[in-house]
Design a binder for this molecule. Sequence first.
Ligand SMILES: [Zn+2]
Length: 252
Amino acid sequence: MNNKELERYKRHILLKEIGGSGQKLLKKSNVTVIGAGGLGSVVLFYLAAAGVGNIKIVDNDVVSLSNLQRQILYKDSDQGEKKVIAAKKNLLNLNPTINVDVFEDYFTNKNYYKYIENCDLLIDGTDNFKSKSLICKIAFNKNIPLVYGGLSQWEGQVCIFDPKSDSICFECIFPNDPGEEFDDSCFNFGIIGPTVGVIGSLMAAEVIKLLTSCGAPILNKILTFDCLNGEFQKFEVEKVKSCNICSKINKI
Ligand SMILES: [Zn+2]
């Protein structure tokens, strides 16, 4: 690291759990963020600021006026721009020393392999059941740890699915597709902006912890935040022994 980097990351390096060696690990890390909406916005901002060196972003959406209430990566002037293009511009404005590769695409079972090459960690910033389920299947199939976040109105959850440990997966928590209510909660029922910030920040913290091997990941537990009542709770989640994803070799 050069002198500017030492100064930029000084407050990380001062943390004994991270230090200079942890900061170097962040610099050489490769992560893929799928979805650059609310959660993606927050995670990406913190990962770029933290000096995660190689960030891929996959999203095919366009910045709209109703995004700006919570998707803090974007500015009023970004409306009509592809999210990945605006995201890259705004992230490099924050930290020009990192690499940001963007893909104007949907993440599907046909193209995913292009976006997870050399990937140390997957980050789920999507907002629908089918994408979350697919990302989890790919994570287990390709043996890549996954940082999961979910949102609903005033509430959110965060946890880690880690195929390298004896970990639960998304389908252990949500075995059945709950249908449109899950997928359209943001669209139809609204969402409070700061909850997106809380959950996105917790996801970014888990990413930094995993990449630097510090602390204890939220593994086989789920951390929930109820903004309306100002409460955090952490639940143990049992692995479903017959789970198709984490207990068997799955086919995508
Ligand atoms: Zn499972």
